[in-house]
Structure formats: structure tokens, C-alpha cells
Design a protein around this ligand. Sequence first.
Ligand code: AMP
Ligand code: MG
Length: 353
Amino acid sequence: MRTVVIAQEENRIDAKVMAQAGEIIKRGGLVAFPTETVYGLGGDGLNPQSSRKIYEAKGRPSDNPLIIHICRMEDLQTIVKEIPDEAKKLAEAFWPGPLTMILPKADCVPKETTGGLDTVAVRMPSHKVALAFIEAAGGFVAAPSANLSGKPSPTLAKYVVEDMDGRIDMIIDGGNIEIGLESTIVDLTGDVPMILRPGYITQEMLKDVLGEVTCDPTLLDGDCKDRPKAPGMRYRHYAPKGDMLILEGSPEAVVKEINQMVEASRAQGLKTGVIATGENADKYCADVVKVIGNRSEETAIAASLYRILREFDDEEVDAIYSESFATDGIGQAIMNRLLKAAGHKYKNLWEDA
Ligand code: AMP
Ligand code: MG
């Protein structure tokens, strides 16, 4: 299959391109498109064949459900059984934006899209290209991240091309992505709203609107015996090819320990890499040192994370060491993705001190 790549800017959207992309979706094809979180791989969310194609293109297990993206508030009622008050409040506060809600699904949503579940994940993105595309596509675009299963989510169109060229009909290149981490997922089907995947919309922000909001206990705890409630969080995800370890402790202790580990890895003939904050970057002796951002700029750290993981693959780094980050606010999402990338390999130097 030949994959067409077309650039679109948020402030200069070409209606003809959108119509062309929309037609592809309506006849059962696949189009990757930019959103404010990461690039999505879109198909018709109400067409079971399209969802099957998405799983196939990504190499994704078909029990891992897709998020349906909408472009109008009034379309929510079409795909869910009922809209609880909590959903109304959250939509008002955070849509369009990086928040996904889990609600009981309406009959028109095929089980292929929901991985066999009776619930459906819904989000209205804020990216203008995404909104125009969803509208042209008929209003209900099922879209996981546009990466091959197991690779970091794409934050640049070149990574979508790398993973999806020849597998899908079209890639809309919207340039740089603003947030760089997938949407926050909140489950509204239980007694108390529960975060299944942390993201840019934090637990604190959700609590401000809803009062009580809990968190799936597995999110930051690799030893937790429970199974993550979002099927997708059960798979090893976001993984670079190299072996990765996260170190937590005082800045001096972390720098010292990482440098010792780098020397040891090097002695074994391994290529070494470090994920460093701007404050410490020049203190490391690894082959490749990537600055993820300054410690105080959490949104910049979130935006760089997946690009850096992919760059380590491109540069064939074998052993990756990363600094650790606070787990409040958006830091919860950053550490959740970082821990998953490292397969939860983590060393706490405070405990050694
Ligand atoms: P992605 O769009 O690739 O970031 O993946 C979508 C995420 O949403 C995966 O982790 C899914 O397991 C999760 N998800 C989608 N639908 C549901 C649902 N009905 N219940 C729980 N989790 C869901
Ligand atoms: Mg994904």
C-alpha cells in the first residue's frame, strides 16, 4: 500500500485535504493525524472492519480497546448508554482537551472497537486539524497512538512514517505535538471516578471538578499484584530497545551512581546513554547524554520524553540510565511512562544513604 503524507497547519487547514482524509475513513481506510497529545492512527470507530485494520497495522493485541475521538459535544450521546453528571462536568471543564472518559457503550459501538468490553473510551481533542479531520470522517474516529505496538507513541510525523509507511492510507503531518504524552483516562463506570492512565490532566485537576477521584494502584507500583484496569496498561509499552534503569536520590548521589554504572557498562563494550535534567547534563560521562528539560519545567519534560526514547533506539544505545522525577501533578504521568519504558527497573539511592 502506498501511504500519502500531507502537511497541515492548525491555522491553515485545507478543506480539500480534510475531505480526502475523511473519505478514506468513510470507506474503511486508515489515516494518521496529529492531536495535542500524540499522533493518532484513525479509523471509523463504528465500523468493525476498520478497528480490525487498526489492530493489524499496529500489531496490537485486539483485546486492547481503542479510544473514539469526537468533534462535537452532542455526539457523545450517540456512542454511550447514558451521560452521568460527572461526565458532563468533566466535558465542560476539559473538552476539547487531553481527557478520555470511560462510559457504558451504546449498541452502535462494535465490540471490535472496545476490545470486547461493554464500555467505550471517548475523547474530544483540541487540536484543530484533529477536529476538522474527525468532522470530515463522519464524527467518530477510533484512534490509538500511531506507533507500532511496543514502541513509544509518536510525537513527530517522521516517527509515524517510520512505523506506518506502507501500512496505512494517509499520514497528516501536523508538525510538533504540544503535550507529548497520551491523554489522561478516567473511568466513570464505578462508584468513584478512577484514573486508569495518568496524563496532562492531573488527579488534582479532576478532584477540583469532581471531589473524590481515585487512581488505579498499579500505575506507579511495579510490585502491585493487581492487574491494571486499562487493558493497554498491562502490556510492556513505550519501550526503547536498550536496557533502562531509573535512579532516584540526591542530585549528587544520582550523578555519581550513574557515572559508575556507565563505566561498568562501557567496560562490557556497551554503548551508554543518560536521560538528564538540564541542571545536571554536563556532569555525565556517557556516550550519549539527552537533556529532557529543566527539572522545574514539567511540561517540557513530558514533551521530550518519547522523542528521546526513540533517539536512543536510532543511536543504538544499549544501556540507558535516567534521573527520576517527582510524582505529583503531571510528574505522575511522566514517571508512569518512564517506569514502563524501564520495565519498572528502579533504584532508590535514598534507601542506601
Ligand atoms: P492508546 O490510544 O494507544 O493510547 O490506547 C488507549 C488506551 O485506552 C489503552 O490503554 C486502552 O486499554 C484504554 N482503553 C480504551 N478503552 C477502554 C475501556 N473501555 N476501558 C478501559 N480502558 C480502555
Ligand atoms: Mg498507545
